[in-house]
Design a protein around this ligand. Structure first.
Ligand SMILES: Nc1ncnc2c1ncn2[C@@H]1O[C@H](COP(=O)(O)OP(=O)(O)OP(=O)(O)O)[C@@H](O)[C@H]1O
Length: 778
């Protein structure tokens, strides 16, 4: 087949030529890098010998290190190119009469040094857009100017779009794409088994995803994407694209990704390096906030609250807890804090004038006015150092004035004494006393002036951040005043009591993080940090408006990529419920780019059809069903009314079969960690099944048992949803958790239950799954 392709020989030759160029470049860059390393060593010796005379040598060392880094990054990319230098070719004839450009597109670009010939075009280059976006025939692409200010459009004719499957440097397949054929590389990639980590999709980015990747950097971008639509993957490719396109303007260190947990960060950790991108800050909301708080505050395990909600859906305490969470996460609470801050600020300056020896240096109202107006833009406590300098200057001035007065008074007496020509001893003694008195007064004034401001400053409030916060959140009366009486007393009392209880245990809860950082920002400042140039938030549906507001405020940029899926919003009691709120309340003056991803790339049609049935039970009717892209697999399996032993035996047997079929990652998902622990205990030790808990940072892949909420964002070749004790009820939270669990499976889904998996599945069309009728004690 491959050899029958009319361009087989041409493409084979091209691949050979490219491989040679890659080898040549590797040799060239390694030689240069090694030479540079040698020079750095020499320069270091020179510098150590005479550090004072060698500032230029020092600069040479630093520049040398930068270049070594550059060559290393280049070499890493080329090393990867050895196996798969490119994945596509496009032929494009520009309208301006230039000759046809034949472009081979790969993950790392390569230009031949001798003649600047583009051997491989980087997938992020402007012309590569034609591969992702353009149809054969008339086509165009935009070239942004490197300052990100202007764009030029190049029009022409796209005459060829060709894909290659190259493995270990060998040409395996050639596919010519026209308007009618679908994407064979995509089908191949989706049919593959999942590795331990998320992978890059540079070769198969779809047009709808490409538009997101290349969307305008300056506009905030919000993407509502169904489960498996590639949100995480696309967000990472967008970062790689932006860093490449604006390489001269932005440093990768000013890009930040916020993901739900460390396990997830570990799971996605290979995509950016694979795309040649290093040094991007990757963190979780919790870690970022704790870093900003810069203190040893302990956080209560947030998943414990979720588990409590799962197990107590209707319970009165759960309802109150949800309301408390909602309040702390809302912009209403932000306004409460604003009013509280206003009061702190208004009452900060004591109602006492600054005086020395009964003389007023500055009145309390003058100090207050400086504090409130001149220093308005500084955090309250950083104003103190400014005030200190100002007061010290005023004190000095006043003391000088007083000393001069004292001096003048004494001089007058002395002059009088000399003019009177008096020879009386008594008079002489009086004058000496006056002079002595003057010296003592001056000494006293000088002494007093040294401590005056310091003493004054000790009369200013001296509370720490947590105390300020506690004073607000544990005081229902204050809350009542600041909320304008709009929230029921009972709720405010509960918020205050619940918060006090948590603080008493030496902890804070997740919902306290944003208010605390916000308060710190205004009270003490959060330190000097570089301005961020772009922030990516994944699983943003689980953040609250207050949290998003805060992230925008401290990032000092509007350049955001916000990815989320409301259908997977398991924290909707505190987190956002719709994207309009985010657009209107977080980015009110921005032209927000809102877009949706509706196709799911992860799961087979059969699995998605079953998962989609659950969405019908969502209270939020705006949530849309995912459209799986055409890929068939087996119907999901249902095994119910079995003992735990039977279920575990069945799973072990299936795992054995799946492994024979080269399934690599297999998850057994329970609703909560308690259920998972029970399931885990039924597995024999030799089964090599790992129990995943929230405090794990490393994602190992393989066979694992994990709770539904931790599976969020991950994917597995096969998923066993198991219920021993915890069925999924007809409650919003449970439906979402079950939906998340189902949509983690790429190829196979099994539902195994001691009783029923869920009453929700009872009325589902029986054609959507297959019941397993194993003999008892199988
Ligand atoms: N264009 C594509 N080509 C190949 N694979 C793709 C493409 N788009 C997405 N995928 C694959 O689909 C799977 C789901 O992607 P990803 O995890 O990024 O989706 P998501 O929208 O973040 O999912 P979820 O919200 O369910 O966690 C991944 O295996 C990814 O590699």
């Amino acid at each position: 087949m491959l050899k029958e392709h009319p361009a087989y020989q041409e493409e084979l030759d091209r691949l050979e030529m490219t491989k040679k160029e890659v080898e040549k470049a590797i040799e060239l860059f390694s030689t240069r890098r090694d030479q540079l390393k040698g020079e750095i060593v020499e320069n270091l010796k020179e510098f150590r010998r005479k550090p004072d005379e060698n500032s230029q040598t020092y600069i040479n060392i630093l520049t040398g290190i930068q270049f070594v880094k550059f060559y290393n990054e280049k070499l890493n990319g080329l090393e990867r190119s050895r196996k798969k230098p490119y994945f596509a070719r496009i032929d494009f004839t520009p309208q301006n009469g230039n000759k046809t450009q034949v472009c081979y597109i790969g993950k790392t670009g390569l230009t031949r040094e001798e003649d600047n010939y583009p051997v491989i075009i980087d997938w992020r280059a402007p012309i590569a857009n034609l591969y992702y976006e353009g149809r054969l025939g008339k086509a165009s692409y935009k070239v942004p100017d490197k300052t990100a200010k202007k764009e030029y459009i190049i029009e022409g004719n796209l005459t060829l779009k060709r894909q290659f499957n190259i493995e270990d440097g060998e040409l395996k397949e050639i596919f010519d794409i026209d308007i009618t054929t679908n994407d064979p590389l995509l089908q191949k990639s989706l049919g593959a088994h999942a590795d331990n980590r998320l992978k890059d999709i540079a070769a198969t980015i779809q047009a709808e995803q490409n538009r997101i990747i290349r969307a305008n950097l300056k506009q905030p971008l919000i993407v509502q994407g169904v489960a498996g639509s590639g949100k995480t993957t696309v967000a990472l490719h967008r970062i790689a694209y932006l860093i490449y396109t604006y390489e001269k303007v932005f440093d990768p260190e000013t890009f930040m990704i916020i993901a739900p947990n460390r396990l997830f960060l570990n799971y996605i950790s290979e995509v950016l390096p694979e795309l040649g991108v290093e040094r991007v800050k990757q963190t979780t909301f919790i870690d970022f906030m704790l870093e900003l708080l810069d203190s040893k505050i302990k956080l209560a395990n947030p998943n414990q609250k979720l588990t409590f909600f799962v197990n107590n859906q209707d319970n009165n305490k759960a309802k109150l807890l949800k309301l408390a969470s909602k309040f702390k996460s809302s912009l209403t609470f932000k306004k409460v804090i604003d009013k509280y801050l206003n009061d702190i600020e208004e009452n900060f300056i004591p109602k006492k004038d600054l005086k020395i020896e009964g003389e007023t240096i500055i009145t309390s109202s003058e100090i207050k006015s400086i504090f409130l107006s001149e220093y308005k833009y500084y955090p309250i406590y950083t104003r103190i150092s400014k005030l200190k300098k100002r007061l010290n200057r005023l004190v000095k001035k006043k003391v000088n004035e007083l000393i001069e007065n004292e001096q003048a008074k004494t001089d007058r007496e002395v002059d009088k004494y000399y003019l009177s020509n008096s020879s009386s001893e008594k008079e002489r003694q009086r004058i000496l006393k006056i002079i002595e008195e003057r010296d003592r007064k001056i000494k006293d004034l000088e002494k007093r002036s040294k401590t005056l401001v310091k003493e004054y400053l000790t009369t200013l409030p001296q509370l720490n951040l947590l105390d300020y916060y506690k004073n607000l959140i544990t005081d229902p009366e204050k809350l009542n005043i600041y909320t304008g009486g709009h929230i029921h007393d009972k709720i405010l009392k509960f918020i205050a009591q619940h918060s006090a209880q948590i603080f008493d245990s030496g902890q804070i809860e997740l919902e306290d993080l944003a208010p605390l950082v916000y308060l710190k920002y205004h009270l003490y400042g959060i330190g000097k940090r570089p301005k961020l140039s772009h922030v990516v938030i994944d699983e943003a549906q689980d953040l609250s408006l207050f949290q998003l507001y805060l992230l925008r405020k401290i990032s000092r940029t509007d350049s955001f990529t916000i990815m989320g899926d409301l259908a997977q919003g398991i924290h909707s009691y505190r987190a956002i419920n719709n994207w309009e709120d985010v657009i209107q309340r977080i980015f009110p003056k921005c032209n927000v780019n809102y877009t949706t991803l509706e196709k799911s790339y992860r799961t087979t049609i059969e699995i998605m059809n079953l998962a989609n049935q659950l969405i019908k039970h969502y209270p939020n009717k705006k949530i849309t069903q995912a459209k799986p892209i055409i890929r068939h697999g087996e119907l999901p399996y249902l095994l119910k009314n079995r003992t735990p032993e039977e279920i575990v035996q069945f799973i072990l047997e299936e795992i054995r079969k799946l492994k024979d079929k080269e399934f690599k990652t297999i998850a057994i998902i329970g609703k909560t960690i308690d259920e998972c622990k029970k399931i885990y205990n039924y597995f024999p030790e030799k089964a090599k099944v790992e129990l995943i808990t929230e405090d794990m940072n490393e994602y190992e892949g393989g066979i694992m048992i994990l709770p539904s909420y931790l599976a969020k964002g991950l994917e597995f070749d096969a998923v066993f949803i198991v219920t021993f004790e915890e069925e999924y009820q007809k409650e919003e939270l449970d439906i979402k958790l079950l939906y998340i669990a189902m949509t983690r499976a790429l190829h196979r889904l099994y539902l195994c239950s001691k009783g029923e998996i869920s009453p929700l599945l009872k009325n589902i069309d029986k054609k959507l799954y297959q019941s397993l009728n194993l003999p008892n004690n199988s």
